[in-house]
Design a protein around this ligand. Structure first.
Ligand SMILES: NC(=O)c1ccc[n+]([C@@H]2O[C@H](COP(=O)([O-])OP(=O)(O)OC[C@H]3O[C@@H](n4cnc5c(N)ncnc54)[C@H](O)[C@@H]3O)[C@@H](O)[C@H]2O)c1
Ligand SMILES: [Zn+2]
Length: 349
């Protein structure tokens, strides 16, 4: 097992990563000074695979863990589900020092984290991400929350975990399309800030735990520099302005990572067309996305419909739409002056 330290204003926590480290959870948390009653928040799918080793490890190290299940799926990422968690925490006898652990993908992590941020005005929180997306993205950075009928992630809190435990062995059961969706975010981190990660992913050359650790490190460096998302952290949205629009227009049939993959291909083409990167850089990005089994081709939408879905029609000036564009492999910049015509051009088949 290895660790990546993460600093934030007022503290620091480790991301512990390796293979088959779930059975170490109890020991690690005991050594960090925790004990007593705790809640393991999961869903029936992930819990069915991994709750037992985590519960056993906690019990073996003197914890009294309670299994708190929530339903699987983004459709249940609501205040109502979080209210159900408060009931389960109360029934389990959690006090202000009790740990809340999240065992699952980003949907479980966002809700368990939000519940931990608000129950008794905040109890300590630990992330055990089990999807690739949650390992390389959602598990680090402290953003938690739920959806409202009006939109995604509209209610939430910053809640830094006390520890993140990343066990790459849990990915063995993650469905293929979910795995590839996570690969899109990992590749994104390579494009943003780590040419060696990009290169290795492009060649399939890196063992999974190392690839995950490198992708986490990119996110760590960015969130440390901008913990409350006031500026530079926006670079993590590479491919997302386009990607969200494709997700929306597909009626959310497209997975987030698939939308981001097509979005990164669009961003690469746009950057090349505007002269912000060499055409060879754009080609390299597109072929890496393709190599990972992710889509790069434009879906069948009118360019103007995509433009509108990006929210551009709501801005007074088209130029206010913000694009994160690659300038080289491992380097991106934030552009607010992209002409509408250039965007329409990359959206045209
Ligand atoms: N907080 C943040 O910074 C942040 C960042 C990015 C995304 N998110 C949020 O994360 C969510 C998406 O996360 P996700 O992609 O992990 O989706 P998810 O949590 O829905 O997980 C995808 C599916 O895989 C299952 N699963 C997870 N791990 C598994 C495993 N090891 N074996 C078998 N099945 C497993 C889940 O139960 C689910 O059915 C969104 O709600 C998004 O808003 C948050
Ligand atoms: Zn994303």
């Amino acid at each position: 097992m290895e660790t990546i330290p993460v600093k934030y204003p007022g503290g620091e926590y480790p991301v512990c990563w390796g293979e088959t480290i779930l059975p170490d959870a109890g020991r690690l948390l005991r050594a960090a000074g925790f004990g007593g009653a705790c809640a393991v928040v999961t869903n029936p799918v992930v819990g069915g695979h991994y709750a037992q080793p985590v519960l056993k490890s906690l019990t073996d190290h003197g914890f009294q863990p309670a299994l708190c299940e929530i339903p699987d799926g983004e459709a249940h990422k609501t205040l109502q589900t979080v209210a159900g968690l408060y009931d389960q925490f109360f029934a389990a006898g959690l006090d202000r020092k009790s740990l809340v652990l999240s065992l699952g993908g980003g949907v479980v992590g966002d809700q368990a984290g939000f519940a931990a941020a608000t129950y008794l005005r905040g109890v300590p929180f630990v992330q055990i991400p089990t999807s690739l997306l949650a390992m390389v993205d959602a598990g680090v950075g402290g953003k938690t929350g739920v959806d409202l009928p009006q939109g995604k992630n509209l209610v939430g809190a910053f809640k830094q975990p006390r520890m993140v435990i990343v066990d790459a062995a849990t990915l063995a059961t993650l469905p293929g399309p979910e795995f590839r969706s996570g690969l899109a975010e990992a590749l994104k981190h390579g494009i943003i800030a780590d040419p060696a990660l990009f290169e290795a992913m492009q060649q399939g050359a890196l063992p999974l735990p190392k690839m995950i650790a490198a992708a986490i490190q990119v996110k760590v460096d960015i969130v440390q520099a901008d913990p409350f998302e006031r500026g530079r952290r926006a670079v993590l949205n590479l491919g997302h302005t386009f990607g969200h629009a494709f997700e929306k227009l597909s009626g959310f049939q497209l997975r987030h990572g698939e939308g981001v993959a097509i979005g990164m291909a669009c961003a690469a083409r746009l950057a090349a067309n505007l002269g912000h990167c060499a055409p060879a850089v754009a080609d390299q990005i597109i072929s890496a996305i393709d190599f990972l089994g992710l889509p790069t081709a434009l879906p069948d939408h009118e360019p103007v419909a995509v433009w509108q879905a990006m929210g551009a029609d709501k801005k007074k000036e088209a130029g206010q739409l913000r694009f994160i564009l690659p300038t080289a492999i491992g380097q991106v910049d934030i552009f607010t002056d992209v002409p509408q015509a250039a965007v329409i051009e990359v959206l045209t088949k």
